[in-house]
Design a protein. Sequence first.
Length: 246
Amino acid sequence: MIDGSRLSRRSFLVSTAALAIAGSAARARTITGGMPWEPGTASPPLQVRAGPWAFFTPDEAATVEAAVDRLIPPDERGPGGKDAGCAVYIDRQLAGAYGKASALYMRPPFMPGTAMQGYQAQDAPAARYRNGLKALADYIKATFVGKAFRDLAAAEQDQVLSGLETGKIALKDVKSAEFFALLLQNTQEGFFADPVYGGNKDMAGWKLVGFPGTRYDYRDWVERHNEVYPLPPVSIMGRPEWTVKD
């Protein structure tokens, strides 16, 4: 369940950092036809730019921004999920190949799977979000006298998220625990993925856990255990101060 201890940035982030960094944006691109040995044949990720929502409606975006900010609350150590761009990351992923499940086998029969078998849902992630957010909005409106999730107090939002996580809140035609698990996973990804994908703004997630990012070489530090790595993290796109201003 979500409670005060579960919302601790330390317990949440330290327990998920390694997993999320390793697997967060692996699906963002696929190389086909062999390795890109020739110059110019690779497909580097395109940097997400600020702008309108690509998938979410304004109401959906407001709900997701409020939710990611409760899953990763802001504190004195850094921004929460909203300011770190987690909702932007999820929006752009849902608008692209991930949202359509383009790289997954999506034909029947659909059978319950184990945690080791990967994605087993009948609907692609985009459809699961659309249906889940609508069902959540209907539940909130009926339970909290016409309010939306973003209008609830923080404690009420935590109560709702906890109910989704445990399955105690029943959403119409949506398995609430599975929808919560998808939202939590994508929030973790958005907080720790390379900023090129729209989340981890200013590399806040990497700074929090001391991850060096995509630095070309830090072999001198491999054997220096229990020492804080002194250099700031580097994104796929470099660092902002390296960019030549026009």
